[in-house]
Design a protein around this ligand. Structure first.
Ligand code: ADP
Ligand code: MG
Length: 482
């Protein structure tokens, strides 16, 4: 059977639970990223991978299980070689395939060879069809990872960073199941002395509360490993990235999609509030997407622990720009007591950004600095950017972004807002949240809505500038506000 071009096959759905093998004397290890691949240790100098039976690692068609990408693989698809060069010993990947072998999404190309580094991801035939992650056992520096973790998980590449520390991709020993591990250095929570011990206890008790949370739109905590210096929180992994990056790449969301995602955010935060938890750090970097699809399940992360960050640094958590910070926090300079209403404000800012593609407050305004804009609620909906957005959506944003916290809409009431009188959207979100349940919605009476084409918001050349709320290259129009 000849290799078929990639476009003739589709991404496959197949699963095979395989054990992570571990051999001593190995210089490298491959972790499976795609479900039909298995973990293996590398100790020979050369390995061939492909559809051919004579390969060192023949790809398995999994018998009855349909492996749709299988036919796009070449008989020898790629080789991994460990070679001594003038600059030392290096690991290379050589591409032999017709459809391509990818390293971190870049095609190596038939006949080409490329150095394979620690944490590199190998894709086959399609950029998206990730097969393995390579771990360089000679190069991998895991000396500061405690044994309690190493016994149970192998930590690999960094998935993201935030105020509390970093989050890394981990594979469970034995099953190779993937997780995200959040690494929190305890001193970040402490102010020193006796207080530090108490705080650490408090953090643990809070983590235990978070562990009990169960909601499809809230990242699940799988495991917590507490060591004297560092707290490791093992989280359910999501692979669609941050809402932030999606807004940047799309410029903004069309209204039906924004509504579908925002509805889930409201449900999740309302659930948190009902459990007595205020998130406090809602922003598009903390809203994760389950998949690359536009209509996807969202999962809120990074909740509940920010209260342990002391009052002064609560504002620092926002990395200098208070884009999502409720006015009452700024008014009291971080020293007041806040209610759940601070989350409603942040959600309003998030909805604004999803629909417009730029933040409601701008650093660039000459007449008023950013805190003043927020404390006074000086934001507008200029026609040129908002004319494709419904009155209902704008009304909900205004009710969420109400400066007076006592008058601000609650999340329960927000869910009853006319904008959500949309049964199609509710059925869709139920299906995303509870895919195993048979969700029956009322019959649809209106034609399928197609996203309206809306004018482009000011585009950002440098997405990082928009991150953390800086408006430098992506400022909203500086029209006078009321
Ligand atoms: P911090 O408190 O440091 O901001 P977060 O929990 O927000 O930590 O994690 C930082 C980043 O790591 C997130 O913005 C996201 O990109 C990534 N991340 C966090 N949790 C997960 C997860 N469960 N799956 C995938 N990526 C994650
Ligand atoms: Mg975060």
């Amino acid at each position: 059977m000849e290799t078929l071009p990639t476009q003739d096959v589709m991404d496959g759905e197949y699963s095979e639970e395989e054990e992570c093998s571990q051999e001593s004397g190995a210089w490298g290890r491959l972790f499976p990223l795609g479900e039909s691949f298995i973990a293996m240790d590398l100790n020979k100098e050369e390995y061939s991978f492909g559809r051919g039976e004579n390969c060192d690692v023949p790809f398995n068609n999994n018998g009855s299980k349909k492996h749709q990408c299988f036919q796009a693989y070449s008989k020898v698809h790629f080789k991994i070689l460990r070679q001594t060069t003038t600059t030392g010993v290096h690991v290379f990947l050589e591409d032999f395939s017709s459809n391509g072998t990818f390293i971190n999404g870049d095609k190596v190309g038939k006949g080409n060879k490329q150095v394979l580094a620690n944490n590199d991801e190998i894709g086959l035939a399609l950029k998206k069809n990730k097969a393995f992650m390579f771990m360089d056992l000679v190069d991998a520096n895991d000396s500061d990872i405690p044994d309690e973790i190493k016994e149970r998980y192998t930590l690999t590449k960094t998935l993201g960073r935030g105020a509390c520390g970093e989050v890394r991709l981990a594979f469970a020993k034995g099953s190779c199941e993937k997780f995200a591990v959040k690494i929190i250095t305890k001193k970040k929570f402490t102010t020193g002395g006796k207080h530090a011990v108490n705080l650490s206890k408090q953090v643990m008790s809070e983590v235990n509360i978070l562990k009990a949370l169960k909601h499809p739109c809230i990242i699940g905590i799988e495991d917590v490993i507490d060591t004297p210096e560092v707290l490791y929180i093992v989280l359910e992994l999501v692979e669609g990235g941050e809402l932030f990056d999606k807004v940047v790449s799309l410029s903004q969301y069309d209204e039906p999609t924004a509504k579908l995602l925002f509805y889930q955010m409201l449900l999740a935060c309302k659930y948190l509030h009902e459990q007595g938890i205020t998130h406090r750090d809602l922003k598009p970097e903390n809203i994760l997407l389950q998949s690359d699809e536009k209509e996807t399940l969202i999962k809120i992360t990074d909740f509940g622990l920010s209260k342990f960050v002391d009052a002064g640094s609560m504002m620092k958590t926002f990395c200098g720009t208070p884009t999502y910070l409720a006015p009452e926090i700024l008014i009291t300079a971080g020293s007041g007591t806040y209610t759940k209403a601070i989350d409603a404000w942040s959600l309003g800012v998030i909805l604004f950004i999803c629909l417009a593609g730029y933040p409601p407050f701008s650093d660039e305004r000459k007449d008023m600095d950013l805190p003043k804009q927020i404390m006074g609620g000086h934001y507008t909906f200029p026609k040129q950017y908002w004319k494709g957005v419904s009155e209902d959506a704008i009304d909900l944003i205004k009710k969420l972004m109400t400066v007076d916290a006592a008058k601000r809409i609650t999340l329960a009431d927000a869910l009853q807002h006319p904008w959500f009188k949309d049964e199609d959207m509710k059925v869709k979100s139920q299906k995303l949240m509870y895919p195993d349940q048979d969700v029956m919605g009322p019959p649809s009476t209106k034609p399928k809505s197609s996203p309206k084409k809306r004018p482009m918001a000011p585009s950002s050349d440098e997405p990082e500038a928009k991150r953390r709320g800086s408006c430098d290259t992506n400022s909203p129009p500086t029209t006078p506000t009321t």
